[in-house]
Design a protein around this ligand. Structure first.
Ligand SMILES: [Cu+2]
Length: 344
């Protein structure tokens, strides 16, 4: 794909050119639009199981260490975006992401938009209830997507085979990068080492297994970029997932160099990183050979990101070469949180 086509795609997906399938604009077709000034962006998303290997190359290209793929393969869960009516999975695109693993599809909107998400739980493997809980956007309790056993009706625990529709509003204070994730209770997996404090339930197991993604909200002040990178810090624990003999520290469903995504950019491009974390740990986002500026004017090449917090980092690319990005918490880097960023 030419740079021009790719840039055009990103511009279309990220900056308001909603297409027939990606956050499709259906303004004027629904009374629910009374509460918003922009478009209605419709998403059709399923939660579904898939067999996933965290280390498809079978090695860490940084240390040269060989890794046993069979010990890093498990039944993950993913959010996947479909054409209307969940008929066909949407192809990968720069606006949506890979749409075949984790994180799930990037949900985009502009201030004033109503984002309507049609959700279907297709978890025929674990047979767990799931939902979608958003950060950053505005919603009523019925679109909270959170399971509260004593306060049902929030769309937080949709049973396998069932559907639910969420309505989220992009307000002026929604601009930025936000996570969405499964917020259902789950019973521990068979064979898991259960927490004796709470033996019968497991908070956000679905999110640990892969049910998470990003929401990106823009407004007229959001500067267009040539390249947008989505990066999720997340961990998988052998205590929760009996298929594993060890814990894995992952970026976007991969662990170790050349299994995590290799991101690419060209000199002269404006590059934006949208970075998020979920789980139980704090991480340090660090990129070699690059710095960025905070709103207070200070310069950084590292920043802390913790559970449910995000970073939105931009620079104009001026340093060609093969670079590392990684978590600067050494235990996490040793556990797989390291990746490659290539500038040509
Ligand atoms: Cu970390």
């Amino acid at each position: 794909m030419s740079a021009m086509t790719r840039r055009g795609l990103l511009a279309g997906a990220a900056w308001g050119g909603a297409t027939a399938v990606l956050g499709a604009d259906t303004s004027g077709r629904t009374a629910a639009g009374a509460n918003h000034s922009g478009r209605v962006r419709e998403y059709w998303i399923a939660a579904e199981p898939f067999q996933h290997c965290l280390i498809p190359t079978g090695r860490d290209a940084c240390s040269g260490m060989r890794l046993d793929k069979s010990k890093a393969t498990f039944w993950g869960l993913r959010y996947r975006a479909y054409t209307p009516g969940w008929r066909k999975p949407l192809p990968a695109s720069s606006g949506l992401g890979t749409n075949d693993a984790m994180p799930g599809p990037t949900i985009r909107g502009r201030v004033g938009d109503l984002i309507r998400v049609h959700f279907r739980n297709d978890d025929h493997h674990y047979r767990m209830s799931h939902g979608m809980h958003p950060h950053g956007v505005s919603y009523t309790p019925s679109s909270d997507g959170t399971e509260i056993v004593s306060d049902p009706g929030r769309g937080g625990a949709i049973a396998p085979g069932h559907t639910y529709t969420y309505e989220w509003h992009a307000r002026p204070d929604s601009v930025g990068t936000w996570p969405y994730h499964d917020h259902a209770m789950a019973s521990p997996l068979p064979g898991a080492r259960v927490n004796p404090m709470m033996p019968g339930m497991h908070m956000e197991l679905g999110a640990e297994l892969g049910l998470f993604g990003l929401i990106a909200i823009t407004d007229t002040n959001t500067r267009p970029v040539d390249r947008e990178i989505v990066l999720f810090f997340h961990d998988l624990y052998s205590a929760d997932i009996p298929a594993f003999e060890r814990d894995w520290d992952c970026f976007n469903g991969g662990a170790y160099l050349d299994n995590t995504p290799t991101f690419k950019a060209r000199v002269g491009e404006r590059v934006r990183w949208r970075v998020a974390a979920l789980g139980t740990e704090f991480h340090v986002f660090h990129v070699h050979g690059h710095r960025w500026r905070s709103p207070d004017g200070s310069f950084h090449d590292s920043a802390v990101v913790g559970a449910s917090t995000t970073l939105t980092v931009e620079w104009t690319e001026n340093n060609p070469g093969s670079w590392l990005y990684h978590c600067h918490v050494v235990d996490h880097m040793k556990g797989g949180m390291i990746g490659r960023y290539t500038v040509t």
